[in-house]
Design a protein around this ligand. Sequence first.
Ligand SMILES: [Zn+2]
Length: 264
Amino acid sequence: MNSRSSLLLVGGLLLAPCAAPATDAGVPSVDVPPAPLACLAKWYPVLSPVRLESGWGFRLPDGRTYPFNDGRAKSFEEKLESPDLEDTLSIPYRTGPLAPVTREDEDPGRIRFDPLFHAAYGASEDRVDVVPIRFLGQRLKVHRKVAPAFRRVAARLEALLAKDASLKPFLTNLGGTFHWRKIANTNRQSAHSYGVSIDLNPSRAHYWEWQPKHQPLRWANTVPQAIVDAFEAEGFIWGGRWYHYDTMHFEYRPELLDPACAPR
Ligand SMILES: [Zn+2]
């Protein structure tokens, strides 16, 4: 019962008691998952869309099912603390020219659904399958599944460095990749826990937590456009596109760069 087709079959059996009304031809009128959920299943094959009584949901390999949309209206903070999977897509990620982020809580990608990452990458430190890679002459540990994407970014950055040495200071003394930990001052798991994130040189970075407290956040950045473009081209989002900015931080979140995953 651990193959993907078996799991889908279980979903199919569950479908019977709560299926949408049949048409005249006897075919359920609603039998395909919402496009964003289908898109997520493409990037995270551990996820199997299933019909639940409350609507569309998904099953993870441990057999648990979750609603795609739990039907609760939430503030941004509530989405951070207890998101459903649809919430993780609720703030669009935009590529293009770098610009200050001034809209409060515009943090595309900071909402994460940990059960999915636990299933995709590992639910504890010793279960995260990290492998060593060479990245611009430095040895880093990243998740085996994401290592090819990291290598493609490294190739892009090497080509850029060959033409423009001014990028070098951002790409030396890298701040780190795999580290099983909570996000500072929170009870939420850091994306660094899964081996899918990298911090560039912290001494060239700006981070909202370093700002004096009790002041509106004031976005700041010196990371060049070309570096951001190289990561985004390979499915990584950048923390510099967040109101709660973290300009050293890149994270493999291909669903946020795939227009097919955007909520309708
Ligand atoms: Zn980081």
